[in-house]
Design a protein around this ligand. Structure first.
Ligand code: EPZ
Length: 419
């Protein structure tokens, strides 16, 4: 089991290049099941989840070629694909369920493993399945698999999501591309990664119209065309590095990003006292003065992202006074707190609320990663004390952070991977 060793006390300064977003790449790859035209995807992050999705596509017969050096994926499916997504691939990468909508709308049948829960929550997919049923799908759950069929094909209609869901919005967007007639999606997630999927689907020929903040209309079509697409930057990776620089009082240039997409996060970090100079495609982060406490509530985009909650908690431990976090998206996303307490952090949890006492002294410790974003929060915590921190189970980290130890080392951190 690989570990990461961090010796803190070093400033995170210099320049870091942000990778493409894992959470945009996964739905876009799933949607390539729709097309038999040539597709070129650039700026693909070389992370475990993307490799797993590529493996899933290969398993069903996709012509996918992943050039990791060039961060490029080529797909040109000439023959029909299988409509089976096995448990062994979905058990580690829940987003595999995003192939369901694509398989069903193209082949009218699909057998996809139920993704199951994970450390941060039960992660149900009722919103996905109920919407597909509304579009005419027959769905049966048996032996841990979703057996879905739509003998006459999916049909359009009005789909109003009772709750905002990124994955459900993406799955139904893809399913609607070949459905008969028009599908009106309401109360959609509008994360930048969902927007990137819409841009990609329109590039391959799908007819999609955003008609309101969370309202999207899709017109079923059959004629597709070749396409080239560059994956949007990873906003969560970006803000992780902003926090790393702020934590260590570094001076960091963060490149290959679209600053306006993270305006909510930048505003909140400014309120804490983090200085962010915004340029066209990069930002420069520094922390000239003391950090102020702050109260955060996680919400769907454009609110503060749940995927950044663990990371900002670390920054709060260095602020003056008491900060609070209210986690509104997932029911169990404070798994990192017990590990931070072992480093000396003073954090109280009550239900979905965390109270973080500032100016706490953190000491190096041996820690256990539990999920992707919790694990990067432990790496950030390890950047603070000049003693040693060792993080176990860093396979969680490798799911979504490309070359994190290399990128951090290039910015002055003392971090290395232990076999
Ligand atoms: C996506 O997960 C992201 N994953 C998550 O990032 C992210 O935290 C989440 O959106 C919220 O922004 C990918 O894009 C691959 P949801 P998703 O459906 O789609 C409930 C990371 O670290 N819900 O928006 O699974 C659900 O339980 C990961 O990269 C239902 O009740 O999230 C949660 O409470 C972690 N029924 C809320 O909705 C459903 O059918 C939001 O979940 C679906 C979801």
């Amino acid at each position: 089991m690989q570990k990461l060793e961090v010796i803190g006390g070093k400033k995170i300064s210099g320049t870091v290049i942000i990778s493409g977003a894992k959470n945009a790449t996964l739905p876009i790859l799933a949607s390539t099941i729709l097309t038999n035209k040539k597709v070129i995807i650039n700026n693909v992050p070389v992370v475990r989840d993307v490799e797993t999705m590529a493996e899933l596509l290969k398993t069903i017969g996709s012509s996918i070629k992943f050039n990791k050096k060039k961060k490029k994926i080529l797909i040109h499916n000439k023959k029909s694909l299988k409509t089976f997504a096995p448990y062994n691939l979905l058990k580690t990468m829940r987003a595999g369920v995003l192939v369901l909508g694509a398989m069903l709308t193209k082949y009218r049948i699909a057998k996809v493993s139920l993704p199951g829960g994970c450390a941060i929550g039960s992660r149900p997919i009722d919103l996905h399945l109920n919407a597909l049923k509304k579009m005419g799908a027959k769905i049966k759950i048996k032996n841990g698999y979703i057996h879905a069929s739509a003998k006459k094909g999916l049909k359009g209609g009005i789909i109003k999501f009772p709750k905002i869901s990124v994955g459900a919005t993406e799955n139904i967007l893809i399913a609607a591309c070949f459905a008969k007639g028009e599908t009106k999606l309401r109360n959609c997630a509008i994360e930048p990664e969902v927007e990137d999927l819409i841009i990609f689907l329109k590039k391959i020929g799908c007819r999609i119209e955003k008609i309101g903040k969370r309202s999207i209309n899709v017109f079923g079509i059959k004629k597709l065309k070749p396409a080239k697409h560059k994956i949007i930057f990873d906003r969560i990776e970006t803000c992780t590095y902003i926090i790393a620089a702020a934590l260590t009082k570094g001076n960091l240039k963060i490149k290959n990003i679209i600053p306006k997409i993270i305006s909510t996060e930048i505003k909140l970090l400014n309120k804490m006292g983090v200085k962010v100079v915004i340029k066209k495609d990069h930002i420069i982060v520094s922390r000239p003065k003391k950090l102020k406490s702050i109260n955060i509530v996680t919400r769907p985009y454009p609110g503060f992202p749940t995927d950044l909650q663990a990371q900002i908690m670390i920054l709060m431990t260095k602020a003056e006074g008491v900060s609070t976090i209210q986690e509104n998206i997932f029911e169990n996303r404070f798994m990192h707190v017990s590990e931070l307490r072992r480093m000396g952090a003073k954090i109280e949890i009550k239900g979905n609320k965390a109270k973080v006492f500032g100016k706490s002294k953190l000491n190096g410790a041996e820690l256990m990663a539990t999920d992707l974003r919790a694990s990067v929060c432990l790496v950030l915590a390890g950047l603070i004390p000049s003693s040693k921190t060792v993080i176990n189970r860093i396979y969680h980290l490798d799911r979504g952070y490309e070359k994190i130890e290399k990128k951090l080392s290039q910015c002055g951190a003392k971090v290395r991977r232990l076999q």
